[in-house]
Design a protein around this ligand. Sequence first.
Ligand code: ACM
Length: 265
Amino acid sequence: MKIGFLQMRSKFGEIKLNVKKALGLLERVNDAVIVLPELFNTGYIFRNKEELISLSEKVPGGYTTKQMKKIAKKNNLHLVFGLAQKVSEKVYNSAVYVSPGGKVDSYRKVHLYDREKLLFDHGRAFKTKSIKGAKLGFMICFDWMFPEAARSLALKGAQILCHPSNLVLPWGQDAMKLRCLENRVFGITANRIGVERRGTVRLEFTGNSQVVGPDGEVLISVGDRSESLKVVDVDISEADDKDINANNNVMEDRFPSYYSMLTRK
Ligand code: ACM
């Protein structure tokens, strides 16, 4: 199975321009699972809730999801991309999944980062999606900081962690190598590049998008400069082998009854 990422720069508020750029890159690939960055269509630094609402979209009815459905069908792609999802009065920082056959689902980011907490509502569940030949699990950017997110997805049977990102801290990519290793799954981190400045807020996105394998090894990556789409052919069944040696298995060796404090606040 071919899996990969699309790394790009986004221009704040220019949904049509950002979507057009992504579609141009996606034109070059067929028959693959591709992850795009978090909030790739809008940019990241919303000045206030009104601005966020004005740039949010319904799923599946909104502009961005409709465009992505078209390319998914044409090029036989499973796509995972970030947008601000409007659900009645609430707005979620979501990862939307679209299938080649037009199925749509979404995951709402649970662990909101910094000013996101002032703007978005947070999600309340981790989600997986079975597609032909693999089970996807969704997490978004700062979810990397909470190992419970990736673990929950792996326990639900996810074989590939799909991780749309706007990483700004220097540890996200390395942490994802550990998230993959400790769960023995694949991980696709699709990050943004470039600098965004709005008012007094300035953020630099760290690029270095990557696909990681179940041994924690980076299978493909790209630097922090180029807008690019990269794919790698992987054997998804490697994510079903949870052995780390003849005597250890990362799932069977757990002692959940000792971890009960994890489910208390
Ligand atoms: C982040 O979660 N966008 C840093």
